[in-house]
Ligand binder design. Structure first.
Ligand SMILES: *Cc1c(COP(=O)(O)O)cnc(C)c1O
Length: 403
């Protein structure tokens, strides 16, 4: 523990499984990278991935896409959001979420969060009534699930269609039900920093054949929708196939080749993430002044990152903590910064939106810190990170005295 600096990398992923590398090389040698470029009788890797993911997720239908952002845009459109409509979403999320709403010409109405970093269901009900919005793009930001049973009751009472952004909850469950299977559609990302890594990529899942038929045509299937791995029967396309625009957001076979073996290993990855997360949570909770969000009993999470608050910390001290941690090799993100940094921004920086007052969210974000937990970390790294954070906090309390 004597090292003065943590030397692990918070952004280093595990390698792609060898099986995926060989499958990718084999595919490159065929040249058939496009999902519809198949030899007679061949089922494309993308179609196979859709079937495998639908099965793992427990959804009837699955569509593989170019990104999680595209999954959200297509889901919003498939569910009937029109330009100018209002769409409710969490005030605490990442920029692609309000971005997806803006991309389809709709207007995001931001909902407050609670200290447990989930959507505030009372504010949701109030804003659903006040705004007249018919849709909620629920962001399960940083893997925290709200009370999904109560959320679905609020949605029913207020006439909201729910679309789930599961970029951080692939594999998570509430009361046994998989995140993504509660609302009308679930959106997933396979971008490098999520739970499977194809560089860029995403999935859309649903049990509704009409929604999926529209989503498949929008994804850019031309009239090749029968070449899908988990699609509704052809009759569901008859009515909509000529009135639904093609938005070119397909996944390709190269990404599918590297994702298929990762899906086989996903449950194992989730178990390893939770080992890291729970060790980190235990160490962080022992540090002075640190508050961790409460994880309710019905929630099964995937701990690919961890968040903590330092209630009462001022903005200057928060900036100082980020710097003290960085000097010790620990990469902390702070959600209270007024200027966006890297991937992290807050609602004040989304200037394409109408400015919205979110005092409770702002108060929470002003003392909220976040760390990635890549699977290249070992459990002992969590102890080292906590040790360095302890030193960074001590330095904050007495800048001269602390080591
Ligand atoms: C990454 C992310 C997305 C979108 O995923 P991309 O595949 O990068 O488009 C959506 N929501 C959240 C919360 C994310 O972090």
């Amino acid at each position: 523990m004597a090292e003065t600096r943590f030397t692990g990398s918070f952004t280093q992923q595990e390698p792609i499984p060898e099986e995926g590398i060989s499958a990718a090389l084999e595919l490159l040698r065929t040249g058939r990278l496009h999902r519809y470029n198949t030899a007679p009788g061949e089922v494309s890797l993308t179609a196979r991935l859709e079937a495998a993911y639908a099965n793992w997720q427990g959804a009837r239908y699955c569509l593989a896409l170019a990104s999680g952002g595209q999954a959200m845009q297509i889901a919003l459109r498939a569910c009937g959001v029109r330009p100018g409509d209002r769409v409710l979403t969490n005030a605490f999320t990442l920029a692609p979420v309000p971005g997806a709403v803006a991309a389809i010409g709709a207007e995001a109405v931001l909902v407050e969060i609670t200290e447990d970093l989930v959507i505030d269901l009372d504010d949701l009900a109030a804003k659903a009534r006040a705004s007249g919005a018919r849709h909620l793009l629920l962001s399960n930001m940083r893997g925290h699930l709200c009370d999904m049973d109560r959320l679905m009751r609020v949605a029913e009472e207020t006439g909201l269609t729910v679309i789930e952004d599961c970029a951080h909850t692939m594999g998570a469950r509430w009361n046994g039900g998989r995140s993504g299977n509660f609302g009308a559609m679930g959106c997933f990302s396979t971008q490098t920093y999520k739970h499977m890594n194809s560089g860029e990529g995403g999935f859309l899942t649903t049990d509704d054949p009409e929604l999926m038929a529209r989503a498949i045509i929008m994804s850019g299937s031309y009239m090749l929708y029968e070449r899908h791995g988990a699609a509704p029967a052809p009759e569901h396309f008859e009515k909509i196939r000529l009135e639904t625009p093609n938005m070119s957001a397909r996944m390709d076979n190269l990404r599918a080749a590297i994702l298929l073996p990762q899906l086989d290993r996903l449950d194992d990855a989730i178990a390893r993430w939770n080992t890291l997360h729970d060790r980190m949570a235990e160490r962080l909770s022992a540090l002075p002044g640190v508050a961790l969000p409460h994880r309710p009993e019905p929630e099964f999470y995937v701990g690919s990152s961890i968040q903590f608050r330092l209630p009462g910390l001022g903005a200057e001290a928060a900036r100082q903590l980020v710097a003290e941690a960085a000097a010790r090799g620990v990469e902390l993100k702070w959600f209270g910064a007024t200027e966006p940094v890297g991937f992290t921004s807050n609602h004040g920086s989304w200037r394409y939106l109408r400015a919205q007052a979110l005092p409770r969210t702002d108060a929470i974000l002003s003392t909220l810190f976040d760390m990635r937990l890549p699977l290249t970390f070992k459990p002992a790294d969590c102890d080292a990170i906590a040790h360095h954070l302890d030193a960074a906090l001590a330095a904050l309390r007495s800048p001269e005295g602390a080591a």
